[in-house]
Design a protein around this ligand. Structure first.
Ligand code: 6PG
Length: 250
């Protein structure tokens, strides 16, 4: 681990190999899960889609190091979803179900896919969050796994898109010229920034230029989340940790 390779807010973990990097993220997940269950009897995790986190989810499901995770007391939420049916290969839950949900003993009532076929999926998902967390203040997820697109989007918070300026909802439908089709449903900054632990997993050389843009923007004039949405991830009372491989920091 070397946090001198790139200057980003929060903690930066850089590992030479993917196995080492996913092991660090796995340890953070395990620590957060055990702490949450010990303190509140339940662990709420929110998972992103895309390609990067899939091996992490598969590792959690299959690696003996994580065989004692408290799955029976875990709730799995989806950070963002594409408005396509669950059997569509673009559907994030389809990937998460195959990589993790179908392989660990999380009770069915504790797995929360986005109701993509509902008239208003975002409203339906927020209702589900409020059913589980209650209405007192913003729900506090215990662990959020985020990715980052080449345009510095995270979740489905795309540059210049309407969802970036939504602060009175936990989940919102997002659409527009900057939103990579299909239409999206996404957790908003208020919900993501209320989390206890936020992990950004970015790997591969394709992510290096974007990470450097983030680093430069932050050092030059501070965050501008309309241009680089990942810079809007600033946990209010939680931790932010970047999990990067050597290729991603160039
Ligand atoms: C999605 C993801 C999205 C993802 C980034 C990075 O629905 O696509 O939630 O935010 O994290 O697009 O995707 P990769 O991991 O595939 O590079």
């Amino acid at each position: 681990m070397n946090d001198q390779l790139i200057q980003l807010p929060g903690c930066v973990v850089v590992c030479d190999t993917m196995d080492e990097l996913l092991g660090r993220l796995g340890q953070a997940w395990a620590d957060a899960a055990k702490q949450a269950v010990a303190k509140q009897g339940v662990f709420h995790a929110a998972l992103s889609g895309g390609s990067t986190p899939k091996p992490f989810y598969e590792m959690l499901a299959s690696d003996a190091r994580y065989s004692d995770l408290p799955w029976a007391k875990t709730h799995l939420w989806i950070v963002d979803e594409r408005r396509v049916p669950e059997d569509d290969e673009q559907n994030n839950y389809r990937m998460i179900h195959g990589a993790l949900v179908d392989r660990v003993a999380v009770p069915a009532g504790q797995v929360h896919p986005v109701p993509v076929l509902a008239d208003d999926p975002a409203a339906g998902y927020e209702q589900e969050l409020r059913r589980v967390f209650g209405d007192e203040g913003t729900a506090r997820l215990d662990f959020v796994v985020l990715g980052m697109g080449d345009d510095a989007h995270t979740a489905s918070l795309f540059p210049g898109s309407p969802a970036l300026s939504v602060y009175d909802k936990w989940v919102v439908n997002n659409i527009g010229p900057q939103v990579t089709p299909p239409p999206r449903i996404t957790m908003t900054y208020p919900l993501l920034n209320a989390a206890r632990h936020v992990a950004v997993l970015a790997t591969g050389s394709k992510k290096a230029p974007t990470l450097r843009r983030v680093e430069k923007q932050l050092s030059d004039h501070g965050p501008d989340s309309r241009e680089l949405p990942i810079t809007g991830i600033k946990p209010t009372d939680g931790t932010l940790t970047w999990y990067l491989d050597a290729a991603a920091v160039g």
